[in-house]
Design a protein around this ligand. Sequence first.
Ligand SMILES: Cc1cc2nc3c(=O)[nH]c(=O)nc-3n(C[C@H](O)[C@H](O)[C@H](O)COP(=O)(O)OP(=O)(O)OC[C@H]3O[C@@H](n4cnc5c(N)ncnc54)[C@H](O)[C@@H]3O)c2cc1C
Length: 552
Amino acid sequence: MSGVQLDDRDVIVVGGGPVGLTAALWLADGGASVTVVESQTAPGDLPRAISIADETFRIMDHLGICDELKAESLLDTGSKYFGLNDRLLAASKPLPSRTGHPAKSQFDQPVLEELLWDRAVTHPRIDFRSGTLAVALHQDSARVAVEVRPVDGDDAASELIGAKYLIGADGGKSFVRGAVSTRLVGSTQQERWIVVDLLNVTTPREPYAEFHGNGERPYVLVPGIKNRLRIEFMLFDDEDGEAMCAPERIIALCDPIEPGVRPEDIRRAVVYVAHQRVAEHYRRGRVFLVGDAAHLMPPFSGQGLNAGLRDANNIAWKLLDVLAGRGTEALLDSYEAERRTHGAKMVTVSRRTGAVVMAVGTLRTRLRDAAFRTVSIVPRINDYLRNMRFITPPNYADGVAVPAPDKAAPLAGVVGRPLGQPTVTFSDGTTGGLDRALGGGWGLVHLGDGAGIDARRGYWNGLEPRQVRVLPAGSRLPVPHEEDEIVTVVETADSIVSLCDEARAARAGAVTLLVRPDKYVAAVITPGDEDRIIAALRTYEAPLVLTVKEEA
Ligand SMILES: Cc1cc2nc3c(=O)[nH]c(=O)nc-3n(C[C@H](O)[C@H](O)[C@H](O)COP(=O)(O)OP(=O)(O)OC[C@H]3O[C@@H](n4cnc5c(N)ncnc54)[C@H](O)[C@@H]3O)c2cc1C
């Protein structure tokens, strides 16, 4: 890397799509200096993601754009699957989410992209290089550098930007992925689909995405708010994609489903081919792949972007901890272990959903419908389908977490899972989600009056956690003092999650939940169990502080 003019950047993010900008904002909000290199000069406007998961809202809440995003989303939706003769095969809706946000909603990816872009371009710690292409990448054991040039410039205009780490968020055709010699492994679907976004639609529809596989042309219909409607049609082999996107063809395709569409109602219409692929590696030295650069999946389960945003959140908090001097190499390695496993699972689920939707021909469709009806009789499978249990959230118990040695121990099942978010009352009398008290770093959540930790332990301070005491509904809030290290909140009676009730039901006694910056539970700490948990956690988090025993 001779001749590299290294500046003081902590992280370079290549790709300012939704995933790259989420990583950049999380890092910059956490104090890191970030350069974003993006070839476009405006936020993306393609008709892509339309299903959003509860965890994505939670991440956007941290970034301060959740309310605006929700205002443009159809909240709390489900899916219906139809077979031959448009007969309903299954209606699914995820169980109510414990995270404080609806489990599944319909949104509009360009709305999210614009919200993220607007925040990123004005962020004081983000150096946003739009209209700039990353063209070469170099790394050694100490740093990484990327060569960039204006999209419409020539080689002479190229520049090298250096940083400690680099995130490759540059989409499915990722230049970064190729530059670190990583392949996307998997396959590409044969079928092409045409995606149509309509405006000014007035037909009333239920809040369900509809998957129609009637043996003829499969299609998917997804209602939005403000009279928006997404329709996706499968194309047949002999159809010319470009010709099918002409307004008159789109109007004819839509007519049996949504009659009366005018050319001005067609917001966008594009052809796409779905892939089912996962990168061999998510980490190469100082370079990390996220989002579509790391995995591509068919859109039928609505998981591609949601998985990418989890990637962004996961690597961003880990890099912040490493930059703060406490995160270890093992913490960085855990990014691939945690995210690749779940990403690959979502690719498989999406491929299977696609296979169900895309059945054509009377025989194949009949067989599919019969199989659906047969398996649905089994109560466990019926529950699995009805409650969308096939879309499983990640479980990081084998990652940066310390499970209880005894699986039957109180609350053992919450380790590695997202922290439930009760609605709580704060000391100023306002109510809101618990996340507001926790912020974006580590958290120690004491349930009820006791605590599972010895607050004098220097190790906990080394994680710079926010400490929150959650009292059961009906408790009195103590008067807060400025010097209080612990913020106290009270659960509201109508919250759908009560962490205090769960602890009581599990007979957990005095208990403190150790919560990761991405709001996953890393450990359930009870008195006497701290040494074991701290020893295990040191693999990932090794702050330069002494425990009380070491001090003595
Ligand atoms: C029809 C369709 C429906 C979908 N539905 C859903 C859904 O319902 N739910 C869901 O979760 N997901 C869905 N997805 C998937 C989702 O849209 C993608 O997963 C998501 O856009 C990926 O975001 P990203 O930021 O990783 O990549 P991108 O959005 O592709 O962003 C990459 C960025 O990198 C930039 N870039 C590329 N190369 C360079 C370079 N060399 N230098 C500088 N910049 C570069 C690009 O300009 C771009 O802005 C759908 C996709 C499609 C096609």
